[in-house]
Design a binder for this molecule. Structure first.
Ligand code: F0G
Length: 457
C-alpha cells in the first residue's frame, strides 16, 4: 500500500504480519491476533528494509522538517516517523496529534537515585494522558480501514480511555471491559465522556481479557489491546522520538514499567530496528520494573530464565499494572535478552515514595509510572546502573489519571489498615495534606512562616 494522497510510494514500507513463534507469514490477522497455526502472537516486520533503502541521514532531516508543517500527519509525533511504520493512506488516519512528548531533566530524582544524569520521557503528555495514544492512532486507523463499526478492549483504564477517544474521532463505536472497582475514576470518566459502552465486570484485568478474546471470536468487533501488532508499531515511535531528542546518541539505560508488556516490547523493537538501520550505533539496556504484587515477568526471569509464563494473582494500588498474566511476555523477554536489560520489582511503599519524588521535580505521574524510579534506585544499589551513566525513565501516565491515590498519599491514609501501615511512616516527609484554616490573612501568614521555618531547619 502506498501513500496515495501524497503521491509517495515507498516499497520499503511493505509490511508483513509474522508469527513470533513459528515464523509463518499471514496475509490477514485472525480476530484475536494470534497465529492460526501455533497460537503465538503476531508481529509486524518489514522484509524490504535496509540502510540503503532507508537512509538514516536523509530521514533524520526529513523528520525534523516535518515539525514545522501544518499537515495533520506531520503534526502527529507518531506519523512524523511514518517511513518506519506500516503504510496508510492519509485519509484513513485517525490522529489527535499524539506523540511529541517532552523529555525532562530530573535533577532531584537523580540525586535521590545516586546518579549524575537522569531524564524522564513523559508519555503522559499525550492527548488522553497516557502512552496508549501513540499506538492507538495506528490500530484505530487499521480498524477503520478494515471497515469495522465496533472496536473493543479489556483495560486497567488507560487503553480504554485512549481507545474510546480514537474510536469517537474515527466515528466507530467502542466496547470497554474493565475490572469492577479497580480502575481509577479519571480513566473511567474519560471512557464515558468519549462515548464508550463501558462494562465493569466482576473479575480482574486477566479475566476481562479472557472474556474479550471470546467476544471477538464471536462478533464483528476489532480487538485494540496490545496483542494487536499495530499498537506496538505506534508505541515504537516514542523510542525514535527519544533518540531524536538525544541527537541520536542513545542513553545507557531505559527504564519501563511492565504490565501486559506491550510497551517494553514496542520500545525494544524500535531500538533494535534503529540499530539495524544505522540510526544509532549502540543499544540502550531496556529494563522492566513491576510492582511486587503483580510480578509475573520478574518471577519467570528469576525462576525459569523467561522460558515459561508464570501467572500470578495480581494485587497493587498501581492499578494500571495490576496484571497477572501478561500477553506480550515472549516479546518482552526477547527485548530483555537482546538489550541486556534487567528486571526488578518494587513494593507499594517504594512506589508511593517514588511517585511523590517525581512530583517534587515538578513533573508528576501516575503510580504505575513511578515504579521506574523505585526500580532504578534498586538497580543503582545493585551496581547494574552506574552513577555516571545516563538513564531515561519512561513515564507512562499523567498525574491527574489517579488523583485519589495522590490525595490518599498526602492525607496519610494510603496504607491505613494495611500491613504496610507502620512502614509508611517513612513517607511522612513527602506528605502535604491540605490545611484547613479560618479565612483570615493572619492565619495564612502564620502557615507561610511555619512552612518557611520547616524548610530552613
Ligand atoms: N503504565 C501505565 C500508566 C499503563 O496504563 C500501563 C498499562 C502500563 C504502564 C504497562 O504497560 O501493559 O504495555 O506493559 N495499561 C494497560 C491498560 C494494561 O489497559 O490501560 P504494558
Amino acid at each position: 500500500m502506498t501513500d496515495r494522497s501524497s503521491g509517495e510510494s515507498n516499497s520499503a514500507q511493505a509490511s508483513q504480519l509474522r508469527c513470533i513463534g513459528c515464523g509463518v507469514v499471514c496475509a490477514k490477522a485472525e480476530q484475536n491476533f494470534r497465529c492460526a497455526d501455533c497460537g503465538d502472537l503476531i508481529e509486524i516486520v518489514y522484509p524490504e528494509w535496509s540502510s540503503t533503502v532507508l537512509d538514516a541521514g536523509t530521514l533524520r532531516t526529513l523528520w525534523r522538517q516535518r515539525r514545522t508543517s501544518g499537515l495533520p500527519v506531520d503534526e502527529s509525533g507518531v506519523w512524523r516517523f511514518r517511513e518506519l511504520l506500516p503504510s496508510f493512506d492519509w485519509q484513513e488516519i485517525i490522529t489527535l496529534r499524539e506523540g511529541n512528548t517532552p523529555l525532562y531533566e530530573m535533577p532531584s530524582c537523580a540525586r535521590i537515585a545516586g546518579l549524575q544524569q537522569l531524564y524522564a520521557k513523559h508519555q503522559g503528555m499525550n492527548p488522553t494522558g497516557s502512552f496508549k495514544d501513540t499506538g492507538m492512532t495506528l490500530a484505530a486507523s487499521a480498524a477503520r480501514r478494515e471497515g469495522f463499526r465496533w472496536v473493543a478492549c479489556a483495560s486497567t483504564g488507560n487503553t480504554s480511555a485512549s481507545m474510546a477517544a480514537y474510536a469517537a474521532r474515527g466515528e466507530m463505536r467502542s466496547l470497554v471491559l474493565i475490572p469492577e472497582g479497580k480502575v481509577s475514576w479519571g480513566k473511567l470518566s474519560q471512557a464515558l465522556d468519549y462515548g464508550a459502552v463501558t462494562c465493569q465486570l466482576k473479575t480482574d484485568f486477566d479475566g476481562c481479557m479472557r472474556l474479550l478474546n471470546e467476544v471477538v471470536q464471536r462478533s464483528q468487533v476489532y480487538l485494540l489491546n496490545s496483542v494487536n501488532p499495530y499498537r506496538l508499531e505506534g508505541q515504537k515511535t516514542a523510542a525514535i522520538e527519544l533518540m531524536e531528542q538525544f541527537d541520536w546518541q542513545p542513553p545507557d539505560h531505559i527504564i519501563v514499567p511492565g504490565g501486559n508488556l506491550g510497551n517494553s516490547s514496542a520500545l525494544g523493537k524500535a531500538f533494535l530496528e534503529m540499530k539495524q538501520l544505522g540510526f544509532i550505533s549502540t543499544l540502550p539496556k531496556v529494563s522492566i520494573i513491576q510492582a511486587a504484587g503483580a510480578n509475573p515477568l520478574v518471577r519467570m526471569m528469576r525462576e525459569n530464565g523467561g522460558n515459561k509464563l508464570i501467572s500470578v494473582q495480581a494485587e497493587t494500588a498501581a492499578s494500571a499494572i495490576r496484571i497477572g498474566s501478561p500477553a506480550s511476555w515472549k516479546k518482552a523477554v526477547a527485548v530483555l535478552k537482546a538489550t541486556a536489560g534487567a528486571v526488578e520489582q518494587v513494593s507499594e511503599i517504594e512506589i508511593a515514595l517514588a511517585k511523590a519524588e517525581i512530583g517534587a521535580d515538578g513533573v508528576g505521574c501516575e503510580p504505575a509510572s513511578a515504579v521506574t524510579l523505585a526500580g532504578l534506585k534498586k538497580l543503582v544499589k545493585q551496581g547494574f546502573v552506574k552513577s555516571g551513566e545516563s538513564v531515561v525513565l519512561i513515564l507512562t501516565g499523567h498525574l491527574l489519571k489517579d488523583p485519589e491515590f495522590t490525595l490518599k498519599f498526602h492525607r496519610g491514609d494510603l496504607f491505613s489498615a494495611t500491613e504496610s501501615e507502620r512502614e509508611a511512616d517513612i513517607l511522612k516527609p513527602q506528605q502535604r495534606a491540605p490545611i484547613v484554616l479560618d479565612a483570615t490573612v493572619d492565619a495564612v501568614i502564620q502557615v507561610l512562616r511555619k512552612a518557611d521555618d520547616q524548610l530552613e531547619t
